[in-house]
Design a binder for this molecule. Sequence first.
Ligand code: F6P
Length: 408
Amino acid sequence: MRSSKTRCIGILTAGGDSPGLNAVVRAITKVAMGEFGMRVLGIQDGFRGLVENRVMMLDDATVSGVLTRGGTILGTSRDKPHSMPMGGRLMDMTDAAVENARKHQMDCLVCLGGGGTAKNAFRLWQKAGINVMTLPKTIDNDVFGTDVSFGFDTAVSIATEAIDRLHTTATSHHRLIVCEVMGHRAGWLALHSGIAGGADVILLPELPYDLEKIAEFLLERRRHGKRFSIIAVAEGALSRREAEAAAKLKDKEKDKKKAKDPDRPDKAEAAPEAAAEGEAVDAYRADLPLNVSRLHDETMAYHVVQEPMASRLARHLQALTGVEARVTSLGHVQRGGVPTAFDRTLSTMMGAQAADLLAEGRYNVMVAYRNGLCVPVPLQDVVGQRKLVPADHHLIHCAREVGTCFGD
Ligand code: F6P
């Protein structure tokens, strides 16, 4: 057994599930226990399980056979310790979370999750002095500070296969097919699966689109004898008009906050990366479930439209081109099933590296994947920032070169 500064850890999975979570839990448990003799505790259903003290022992037997299993054997939730629904009210349950972590003598709380989970973990460290470590999980690939998050590769493969299948039916019926993929407010999933699946049009939240330009592109394809088209659209994509409305709304909200608290630092100065293009979209949709968009109509009024954005897009494109359109929204299919070989390998690397770092007593870091290696990154350098697709990203350039339209 190798020496270790850490004797006991708690592991939780929080936020939306993602292929690869079990592979990470397995790797951490195997290395932390087998190599360093740590006690490994699994916390059920994310931060809620910590608050409610639902904790189980993890060992070789518990994690046996889970490498290839999708979802999470620990269960997950989107609950936050500092604002948790309890008996119909939102309560600050930080003290209960801390008490339970201390009761089990956890030296560190290992949190597998996306940006929201990292924020919650960071808060527990800053406000309550609990040592934490995070590992980046999300099919959206939007966690800042890591080249890639586990789960993304699997979702890209699923979406790509779907686009492949849509090609054959779109070709046979000479139709437009709009395929909506997840990704939250980032376009990584649409970009990668769109390129891999050969989508003719790819729409990303980071590049607001112009409907007329897309329609013209589709008609031009038809004039060249291509009677079908596939449009891969990210769930967070916005038209130019929507993006402009979002930007206005964001400015208004910023002014309101500034008026309330004149000393409030400007986010763009505090974290320039976070102020990247597309952030307006965040403000615009911050308080709305995705797929429920506020449309900006001719009268400048805002109203809530409960129509999936892909359906709306298909309806407009059908009207503008006169070509029959259909919609496929992939939804949670993208999060289900077995992880790809890449995700299993990445998850195993990250989990093993996490255990090594814990043994060294390296806390309050995120385990990031950079240039083929897993490295620790200080949590304060990544928390509160989102990795969006830069407008000049090389993949956008390459897709444009092969004739893909981004509608911009
Ligand atoms: O963050 C992962 C993700 O799948 C997003 O792509 C999507 O917007 C969201 O979660 C869906 O959340 P839920 O599973 O809560 O419906």
